[in-house]
Ligand binder design. Structure first.
Ligand SMILES: Cc1cc2nc3c(=O)[nH]c(=O)nc-3n(C[C@H](O)[C@H](O)[C@H](O)COP(=O)(O)OP(=O)(O)OC[C@H]3O[C@@H](n4cnc5c(N)ncnc54)[C@H](O)[C@@H]3O)c2cc1C
Length: 458
C-alpha cells in the first residue's frame, strides 16, 4: 500500500474543511496539506439548485455579514465584490400569529406597539431585571419563560425554528446561546448586560447586519474556496489512528500520514471516525432534516415585502415557514415570476419530509393560502430533500464538547471543527476554522472561544 505524508490532513471538504485550509494557506503559503472528501464534490451541505430559470438552495441561503472572520474570507477571495446583500433593517421578518402574518418588531419603539405581545406580556419582559439565573442546563423554552415570561414563547419558538428547525423544549440554552448565558451570569440580567455591552461599544454598536449570498447562489462560495486547494473527492476516510508520533489516515485504497489531523466533519460522522480513539459520552446528536418546497408564481401574486415568515408550533401549520427569496436576492426567478421557498419537517415533524412530492406541495399550498393572497396557482414546483440534517444542540451537547476538549488535549496534532461542534451557522464554522488554522500553524490546541454575544441570533 502506498503511503503519502503531508503536514496537515483535513478530513471533509465542506465549508469547515475548506475554510480551515484557506486560513492555513494564508498564514503559511508553503503548508503541505490535503483535503480528503468522501463525496463527489466539495461544499458539503452548501449546494445551489438551478432549475427552469429559478435559483434556490439545498442548504444555507446566506449568512450575516457581522463576523470579522467571514468578512476576511470574502475579502481574501474577492467574493466581497460579487456578494449580494440583503440588510435586515430593510427587510421585514414575519411571524405567524393567530393565523396571520405579523411583522417582527425591529426596534424598541416597534416592540411597544406590536400586537405580538399584550401590554402585560410587554411589561413582563422587564421581569428579566429581577430574575436569578436558572441553575443546571435549562432548555431554551424553560430559560426564555423564566427570564421574559411565557407570552414570549411562540416568538422564541419561531426563532429557533428558523435556525435549528429545532424543538425549543429540547435545545439547550447553554449550547445554543452561550454568550447570552454568560451575560446573564455576569450581570444578573440580559437587559442589564445588553445595556452594558451597548455602552462599551458606543455609537458604532447598533448597526443591523445584512444577509449575504451570491448571484449564482451560495455554492459560489465553496467553488471559489476549493479552487487552488488540493481537494481529493470520492475519498472517504475509513479510520484514523495515532502511531509513532504521527497521524495515520486510512481511505479505501491507501494510507496517509500527517503531523496534524483536522477532522472537519459534522458531529455524528466525526464521532463515528473517532470512536476507536475514545468512546464519546453519547452515541450522537439528534439531527433535524427539512424539505425545501420551491414554488414559482407569476409576479402578480402579492407577497408581503420581506425575508419571509416563521410559524411557531402553537399555530399548528404544516410548514415551518417560508423565504420570500426573490425579495431577498433579486435574479432568483425568470422575468415576471417570483420564488418562495417553503420549509417543511424539522425536529418535530420528521415524517412530513417523506410524503410524496404531490402531497407535500398540496399541503404547503393549502397552508400558504391562509397566509398569503395566492391568486394564481404555481407555475413552478419542486421539492428538495437535502440529505444533510441540522445537528441539534440539546442536553447532551455540553458533555460532548468536554469530551472533545479532553481528546484534543490528550492527542497532539488532533483538531476538531465542523457542523454542530461550535454552533451550526456558517459564521460559526468560519470562525472555528480561523481559530483552528491559527492553532495548527502555532502547533497548539485550538481552544474554545470565549462565548460571544451575537447582536442577531436568528
Ligand atoms: C438545510 C440546511 C440549511 C441551512 N441553512 C443555513 C443558513 O441559512 N445559514 C447558515 O449560516 N447556515 C445554514 N446551515 C448550516 C451550514 O450549512 C453549515 O454550517 C455548514 O455547511 C457546515 O459545514 P461543514 O463543513 O462543517 O459540514 P458539511 O457541509 O456537512 O461538510 C462535511 C463534508 O465532509 C464529508 N465527509 C463526511 N464524512 C466523511 C469521511 N468519513 N471522509 C471524508 N469526507 C467525509 C461530507 O461529504 C461533506 O462534504 C444550513 C444547513 C442545512 C443542512
Amino acid at each position: 500500500m502506498e503511503i503519502k505524508t503531508h503536514e496537515v490532513i483535513i478530513v471533509g471538504a465542506g465549508l469547515s474543511g475548506l475554510a480551515t485550509a484557506h486560513f492555513l494557506r494564508k498564514a503559511r503559503p508553503d503548508c503541505d496539506l490535503v483535503l480528503l472528501e468522501g463525496g463527489d464534490r466539495p461544499g458539503g451541505a452548501i449546494r445551489s439548485c438551478h432549475d427552469h430559470g429559478f435559483l434556490a438552495e439545498w442548504g444555507p441561503h446566506g449568512f450575516l455579514d457581522n463576523v470579522a472572520e467571514s468578512r476576511e474570507l470574502l475579502a481574501d477571495t474577492g467574493l466581497d465584490r460579487e456578494a449580494q446583500r440583503a440588510p435586515l433593517k430593510k427587510f421585514l421578518r414575519y411571524v405567524c400569529h393567530h393565523g396571520c402574518l405579523v411583522a417582527l418588531p425591529q426596534n424598541p419603539r416597534q416592540l411597544l406597539s406590536t400586537p405580538l405581545l399584550s401590554t402585560a406580556g410587554k411589561l413582563r419582559l422587564l421581569g428579566d431585571l429581577w430574575k436569578k439565573p436558572l441553575a443546571d442546563e435549562p432548555t431554551v423554552a424553560q430559560w426564555a419563560a423564566h427570564r421574559f415570561g411565557r407570552e414570549v414563547l411562540p416568538l422564541v419558538d419561531a426563532a429557533v425554528t428558523g435556525t435549528f428547525a429545532g424543538d425549543f423544549e429540547r435545545l439547550s440554552i447553554d449550547a445554543v446561546m452561550p454568550g447570552v448565558r454568560d451575560l446573564e451570569q455576569r450581570h444578573g440580567s440580559i437587559l442589564r448586560g445588553l445595556r452594558h455591552k451597548k455602552r462599551e461599544k458606543g455609537a458604532s454598536g447598533g448597526e443591523m447586519p445584512a444577509m449575504v449570498s451570491f448571484p449564482q447562489g451560495m455554492e459560489r462560495l465553496v467553488e471559489v474556496l476549493a479552487t487552488g486547494l488540493p481537494v481529493r473527492t470520492e475519498t472517504p476516510v475509513r479510520a484514523v489512528r495515532r502511531e509513532a508520533g504521527q497521524w495515520r489516515v486510512t481511505t479505501e485504497n491507501e494510507e496517509l500520514r500527517g503531523a496534524a489531523l483536522v477532522v472537519a466533519l459534522p458531529v455524528n460522522p466525526a464521532l463515528a471516525l473517532l470512536r476507536e480513539l475514545s468512546v464519546p459520552p453519547v452515541a450522537g446528536l439528534a439531527v433535524a432534516r427539512i424539505a425545501n418546497v420551491l414554488l414559482g408564481f407569476p409576479n402578480q401574486v402579492e407577497i408581503p415585502y420581506g425575508f419571509g415568515y416563521l410559524a411557531p408550533e402553537r399555530e399548528r401549520r404544516f410548514a415551518l415557514g417560508a423565504m420570500f427569496s426573490t425579495h431577498m436576492f433579486p435574479g432568483r426567478a425568470p422575468a415576471g415570476r417570483v420564488l418562495i421557498e417553503v420549509l417543511v419537517g424539522g425536529r418535530r415533524h420528521p415524517g412530513r419530509i417523506d410524503l410524496p412530492d404531490e402531497e407535500i406541495v398540496a399541503r404547503v399550498l393549502d397552508d400558504l393560502k391562509g397566509l398569503l393572497p395566492l391568486t394564481s396557482p404555481p407555475c413552478f414546483r419542486r421539492v428538495l430533500r437535502p440529505s444533510a440534517g441540522i445537528p441539534q444542540l440539546e442536553a447532551d451537547h455540553p458533555a460532548l464538547c468536554r469530551w472533545r476538549r479532553t481528546l484534543e488535549e490528550s492527542l497532539p496534532g488532533l483538531h476538531l471543527c465542523g457542523f454542530g461542534w461550535d454552533g451550526i451557522g456558517m459564521n460559526d464554522m468560519i470562525k472555528a476554522a480561523k481559530r483552528l488554522a491559527t492553532a495548527v500553524v502555532q502547533g497548539r490546541r485550538g481552544g474554545d472561544e470565549a462565548a460571544p454575544v451575537k447582536p442577531v441570533y436568528f
